[in-house]
Design a protein around this ligand. Structure first.
Ligand code: 5GP
Ligand code: ZN
Length: 138
């Protein structure tokens, strides 16, 4: 399933050429055009889904296997000190391309990449009522 107006659909399915690290029937892993660090790659699903909520169960369960495979190869070759694996959903979460993708961001000691938050207080933990409501949705 492709969205004709979606750039990541075009890249994932090979209509637009890209620097591809890995490809299989479900995914294409490409180098990010504006890398946060040396080796920053993104895993694109071939079936269009705007975000994790729309992602198929099959793609959802397979994506981390690809993340592990590529992250392991990158670590070996780039000798990075760490790798952040993350995926943004919604503008508020930093998503800018609305076709689901997972970032692999190699980290190097002393680099300038910022993926941080200020730890909250115990009082910020979700109430039991909301916790129950979420559980009911599962
Ligand atoms: P988001 O902010 O949606 O989680 O991440 C989108 C990512 O896609 C950004 O890191 C951005 O640099 C990258 N990106 C956007 N357009 C293109 C493109 O045409 N080619 C490649 N390789 N990366 C892109
Ligand atoms: Zn798409």
């Amino acid at each position: 399933m492709k969205d004709e107006n979606c750039i990541f659909c075009k890249i994932a399915n090979g209509e637009i050429p890209s620097k591809t690290v890995y490809e299989d029937e479900r995914f294409r892993v490409i180098l990010d055009i504006s890398p946060a660090s040396k080796g920053h790659a993104i895993i694109l699903v071939k079936n269009h889904a705007a975000n994790v909520y729309e992602l198929s169960e099959e793609d959802a369960s397979a994506i981390y296997v690809v993340a592990k495979k590529v992250a392991t190869a990158m670590q070996k070759v780039l000798k990075c000190d760490g790798i952040n694996i993350l995926q943004n959903n919604g503008e508020a979460a930093g998503q800018t391309v609305f076709h689901v993708h997972m970032h692999l961001i190699p980290r190097y000691k002393g680099d300038t990449v910022q993926i941080t938050w200020k730890p909250g207080e115990e009082s910020d933990i979700l109430s039991d009522a909301l916790l129950s409501e979420i559980k009911k949705e599962l």
